[in-house]
Write a new protein. Structure first.
Length: 193
């Protein structure tokens, strides 16, 4: 699959999750919102990481306009990172959790749209089929590597919720009392990063 098709597919996956999240929010179904939030974060983390690792370094070589779009893209990813870490520190019942999720969704929708309408067409013009296919392979590999890493039982995954909670307390991780075992493991991993 060529690089741009792969990235557009990722965008569509996240858009679909966003639309499910919005439906859950209307009901409202907090449990469903929470589980969708976890899937959304997982997708976004992998997607933004592989863009920054493989795709942006190639894209910014194309010209000044592409370089500016890439620089903006990196900052937009950063805003999403900040929002994700703030959301992880809140309870899903909290109004701020819901508000931050809505802002995150709007930001990502805008960002993906901009990549697809401004950056990708430039690259389709400049990069030939072979180059796009090669970048697609590299993105696929980076994605698989990251998916495996996140599926690997890390040292936190082997711990009980109580052990994880104790560590979260030591690290003063906000929102820990309402977190599931998986949330705690993820928050600790983030705190280590
Ligand atoms: Fe992006
Ligand atoms: Fe993207």
């Amino acid at each position: 699959m060529d690089a741009l098709t792969l990235l557009e597919k990722d965008h569509d996956t996240v858009r679909e999750l966003f639309s499910q999240f919005k439906t859950a929010k209307e009901r409202p179904d907090t449990n469903r919102m929470r589980s969708l939030q976890q899937r959304i974060f997982h997708e976004l983390e992998i997607h933004t990481a592989i863009e920054e690792e493989v795709f942006y370094p190639a894209a910014e070589q194309v010209g000044q306009e592409a370089e500016e779009l890439v620089n903006e893209g990196v900052e937009e990813h950063h805003v999403v990172d900040v929002l994700m870490s703030e959301i992880r520190g809140l309870e899903a019942e909290d109004d701020a959790w819901v508000a931050k999720m809505s802002v995150l969704i709007e930001n990502v929708e805008h960002h993906a749209e901009e990549e697809e309408t401004e950056l990708f067409p430039k690259l389709r013009e400049v990069f030939g089929k072979d180059r796009l296919a090669e970048l697609g392979r590299q993105l696929e590999q980076a994605k698989q590597r990251r998916q495996q890493a996140s599926a690997d039982p890390s040292r936190y995954a082997a711990m009980s919720r109580d052990e994880l909670y104790e560590r979260a307390k030591q690290r003063d991780i906000p929102g820990r009392s309402g977190m599931t075992k998986d949330d705690l493991a993820k928050a600790l991993e983030d705190a280590d990063a």
